[in-house]
Design a protein around this ligand. Sequence first.
Ligand code: Y43
Ligand code: MG
Length: 196
Amino acid sequence: MKTIVIATKNAGKASEYQKMLAPLGIKVKTLADFSPISIDENGATFEENATIKAETAAKELRLPVMADDSGLVVDALNGAPGVYSARYAGDHDDAANNAKLLKNLANVPDEQRTAHFHTTIVGVKPDGTKLVANGRVDGHILRQLTGENGFGYDPLFYVDELGKSMAQLTAEQKNQISHRGKALRSFMKQFNDWWE
Ligand SMILES: O=c1nc[nH]c2c1ncn2[C@H]1C[C@H](O)[C@@H](COP(=O)(O)OP(=O)(O)OP(=O)(O)O)O1
Ligand SMILES: [Mg+2]
C-alpha cells in the first residue's frame, strides 16, 4: 500500500482525503503524524500557498507531499475571503468566520449571493518535481447556518446543483461534487507520472 503525506493541520480536509484515497489503495498521513513543522502561508494565491505548504513539508520530511490550499470566493465581496478564508475573522475559528460572512452579506439580495469554493492541490517531491491541480464548485451563500456535516463554511454554502447546503451532504456526496473532490480526481490522473 502506498502512503502519501498531506501537509495539512485541518482534520476535516484530512478525513475527506482519507475517504477518497482509500479505495485507490493509498493511505494518508498528515502533519499530525510527524513532529511539528512551522509553515507560513503568506502567498497571494491558492497555488502559492499550496506550494509553500508542500515544499516546506517535502524538504523537512524528505518525502513526497501533497498540500491543499482552499477557500470560499464570494462575488459580492470582490472575491473575499478567498486566500484569507481560514483567518477571515480570527485564527481558524469557523463560527466567527461564518458570523462575519453573514454580517458582511446582510444587505446583499439572494440573487447576488453567488460564490464558489476553490481548491488547489500541489504535490512536491523532495527533488522539487511539482504537480498542480484545481477544482471548484459553484453555489450561493445562505442566510443562516444549515446542516451539521462537513467543516468551515459548509453550513452557509448552498450547492446549486443539489439544492442543499454543503453541510447537509454526507461525506460521500460532498466528495462527489466538491472543489476538493474535483481537484483530487484531476490530480490523480497525473499521479503515477509524478510519483514514479
Ligand atoms: O470544503 C470546505 N468546506 C468548508 N470550508 C472550507 C472548505 N475548504 C476550505 N474551506 C475554508 C475553511 C478553511 O479554514 C479555509 C481553508 O484554509 P486553508 O489554509 O486551505 O486550510 P486550513 O488552514 O484549515 O488547513 P491547512 O492549511 O493546514 O491545510 O477555507
Ligand atoms: Mg491554512
